[in-house]
Ligand binder design. Structure first.
Ligand code: ADP
Ligand code: ZN
Ligand code: ZN
Length: 754
């Protein structure tokens, strides 16, 4: 049967899907799923309700009808709102359709296709760890449960929640295949909590967007706008990177470029990291272009997203704002794609096809003859390197648009604090600065990026971080057997009881979270009004907005937050930013950890002193000499870049090489491990000329999720095509020899997280 009344994609998007299939080595069907709206399957859904004119007093009129008819009427009368037709069938059986048809004919029931349904609302249940629990307690509980026979499901739930601040309950159940009763017993024990959140059809309908006019661009902005506008004229496809410091007015540049595109009858896509897709961000675009703007977001219901997709498909809007999936917006005269904060990891998809929105955006622009603009105050090393290679053009914005100064950054050596007997999470200097600000009624942001398993093992006395001797990558702590492992080469050992460098026994696992910071702040500064913004507090209806609005209107003195507060927000009265533990990102078991640290410090610092008063930033660290921290202090991207790129070159890491990651998963741990080794043997055998560097097999960083064990192999090579050919060849060879049903193999080319 013909499923769709209109084609879901045009030839360009089909071409794009084919390209993705080749470029990422994935299945065509997965690529097509990407470019189709995720809501396609609900398109033909119908809803029914009792006709509004009928009320309970009419019940008598329906007596004596067929029994099923009578029951359906009673059921709908009770509901008094639209009900999914499928749900009615669930209750009364598919045979009831003939009665429903009859009742519709008689005008007793009314039916609607989903597009006109206004009253639907959805609730999603989220589960998270109880806020009062600290990380150490949680680890103890998990360890205890892992050792008890009937508690494994609960241990798995907690392990997953440790990494994800909150998860929809449904997803958790699907992912781990755990029962309601396991979840419920954790709720009863007060270890986790569940919260229900209502999702609205049009999340922006309650907002009034003040309309804004173009600002007079600064000379630098003007240069950038003119340069890119000229590219738009040529329609040959171009790629531009804007390196613009925080507050340099990049958004105003986007707005004026979009304006140019609209004037030429074209369409634009603006990609932003999901986390920055706040109502404030949307307001800047809606305020300028009103109804021309559509917004898509993963928190919208499928129906809402479908509405936005359709508007774009029908050419009813000229601008789409959204996270990475918005790169597939079906515009027919696409001229411009903007990737804001292009260094963000969320631009890379974690499910197949594991595409990077930057790659896809470039390809789309190349095909459509449009311009791809990537922008950041801290461009990814990959992107900046591409400019040096001539694959993209570099434009810069070096001044703040409103002439405010970049903040002064001071680095605080936390080892010295400890020597002086200060064990608090606040250095003396930070405490003093906070007090000063509170007295002067200026606002403060305290930043701590505790997300996920950012645990690393380090000595509090000398700052020594336990690192693998082969890879110079930090060891990861495994609680279950109290060991540390290098996730790159597999090296493993017991946690030493004393520091290998200074002999001190102050070896600690870092795991302070924002909640702990909040309670410390309240202890130290009992009179301060405090807000906390992380995934725990920002969920719920308009959670973001509330916190941001409260802080902006100075209803609080201190805002504590995770990377959620790192970017995008404009708080003119914030003059002090404290970064509590810069080391958290520095020692992730990843060669990109220095890059992430530089980016985070720069972005968070960018929140200070955006108004008239100058800003100060205090960076607390146990590793004050690290180049990522020193260069961030000087706001010196270029020096950081040069240092980092040199290291990457020496160690043969991207962008000088490509990485092909192979993940072997399965529910039988022994099978996973033995097959991983067998695959490695084949890979070694097929690598006689040593063209490829092979690492592993080792447990993946997330070594067990969805009840599956995960081991990985990493292959490095400069030649991307050759690397993929070799990788897939080895995997196919392996499958043809062993064809083991117990394990699955996934691949990821150019992974961001390993
Ligand atoms: P970025 O995205 O580069 O961090 P924003 O776009 O948020 O910077 O701009 C920073 C501030 O400067 C905003 O308050 C913005 O309104 C203001 N601004 C931007 N461009 C101009 C301009 N040409 N004239 C005056 N103010 C500007
Ligand atoms: Zn190693
Ligand atoms: Zn030490």
């Amino acid at each position: 049967a013909i499923v769709d009344s209109f084609p879901l994609f045009d030839e360009h998007l089909l071409e794009l899907a084919k390209w993705m299939k080749e470029y990422y080595g994935c299945r065509m069907i997965d690529c097509l799923r990407c470019i189709m709206p995720s809501s396609m399957k609900i398109r033909s859904e119908y809803f029914v309700r009792i006709a509004p004119k009928i009320d309970n007093t009419d019940i008598e009129d329906f007596k004596g009808r067929n029994k099923v008819e009578e029951e359906i009427i009673l059921f709908l009368l009770n509901k008094q709102k639209y009900v999914l037709l499928e749900d009615v069938y669930d209750i009364f059986g598919k045979e009831s359709s003939k009665y429903i048809k009859k009742l519709i004919k008689e005008g007793i029931i009314v039916q609607q296709e989903k597009e006109d349904i206004k009253e639907l609302s959805y609730t999603i249940k989220y589960i998270s760890i109880n806020k009062d629990l600290d990380l150490d307690e949680l680890e103890d509980i998990i360890e205890l449960y892992q050792s008890k026979k009937n508690y494994h499901a609960q241990a798995r739930i907690l392990s997953l929640l440790m990494i994800n601040d909150w998860i929809p309950v449904n997803e958790l159940k699907k992912a781990l295949q755990v029962s309601n009763s396991s979840i419920q017993s954790l709720v009863n024990k007060n270890i986790v909590q569940i919260e229900e959140i209502e999702i609205h059809r049009d999340p922006y309908s309650h907002m009034d967007f003040k309309s804004t006019e173009s600002l007079l661009p600064t000379q630098e902005q003007k240069n950038v706008i003119q340069y890119i506008t000229a590219k738009l004229e040529h329609s040959v496809g171009a790629s531009v990177l804007i390196h613009g410091i925080t507050g340099s007015g990049k958004t105003e540049v986007y707005l004026q470029l979009i304006d140019e595109v609209i004037k030429r009858g074209g369409q634009s896509i603006v990609l932003v990291p999901e986390i920055s897709l706040t109502p404030q961000t949307v307001e800047r675009f809606k305020g300028r272009f009103g109804d021309q703007v559509a917004v898509t977001h993963s928190k919208l219901s499928l129906r809402e997203r479908y509405d936005q997709w359709k508007k774009a498909k029908e050419g009813k809007v000229s601008v789409m704002i959204g996270p990475r999936s918005a790169v597939f917006t079906p515009f027919s005269s696409l001229k411009l794609i903007i990737l804001d904060e292009e260094h963000e990891n969320t631009y890379k998809s974690e499910i197949s096809p594991k595409f990077h929105a930057r790659d896809v955006a470039r390809k789309r622009c190349e095909m459509a003859g449009g311009v791809c603009v990537t922008a950041s105050a801290t461009p990814s090393l990959d992107s900046y390197f591409e400019c040096e290679e001539g694959k993209a053009e570099l434009l810069t914005l070096t001044h703040r648009a409103n002439d405010s100064k970049l903040p002064s950054v001071e680095i605080i050596d936390m080892r010295k604090e400890l020597e002086l007997g200060n064990r608090s999470i606040f250095s003396t200097a930070l405490q003093e600065e906070i007090e000063k600000n509170l007295k002067n009624k200026e606002q403060i942001i305290l930043f701590l990026n505790r997300r996920g398993f950012s645990n690393f093992v380090s000595c509090r006395k000398c700052g020594y971080v336990l690192k693998c001797k082969n890879c110079s990558i930090s060891y990861t702590y495994h609680a279950y057997n109290h060991s540390i492992q290098c996730h790159y080469c597999g090296d493993k050992m017991k946690v030493p009881s004393v520091c290998p460098q200074c002999g001190s026994s102050h070896i600690r696992y870092f795991g302070v979270g924002t909640e702990r910071v909040e309670s410390e702040v309240k202890k130290h500064f009992p009179d301060a009004r405090v807000l906390r913004m992380d995934l725990d507090t920002a969920k719920g209806k308009y959670g973001y907005e509330k916190i941001l609005d409260q802080f902006k209107s100075h209803k609080a003195d201190i805002l504590i937050g995770t990377q959620m507060i790192a970017k995008g927000h404009d708080f003119p009265n914030v003059t002090l930013v404290g970064i509590l533990a810069a080391d958290l990102t520095l020692h992730l078991q990843d060669f990109r950890s220095a890059e992430r640290t530089f980016q985070l410090i720069t972005q968070v610092s960018g929140r200070a002193g955006r108004g008239e008063l100058p800003g100060r930033v205090l960076v607390q660290t146990y590793d004050p000499g690290h180049y990522s921290i020193e260069t961030a202090k000087e706001h010196d991207y270029l020096s950081f870049y040069q240092k980092e790129i040199e290291l990457r070159k020496q160690l043969n890491y991207p962008p000088f090489t490509h990485i092909f990651l192979i993940l072997i998963t399965g529910t039988n741990e022994k099978a996973v491990i033995s097959n991983a080794y067998k695959l490695m043997e084949i890979m070694k055998y097929l690598n006689k000329k040593k063209k490829f560097e092979l690492f592993g097999p080792v447990p993946a960083i997330l070594s067990k999720i969805k009840n599956k064990y995960r081991w990985r192999i990493i292959v490095k090579c400069e030649d991307r095509d050759l690397l993929m050919k070799y990788g897939f060849y080895c995997i196919n060879k392996f499958k043809s020899i062993l064809n083991n049903q117990e394990i699955q193999i996934q691949t990821d080319i150019d992974p961001l997280m390993m």
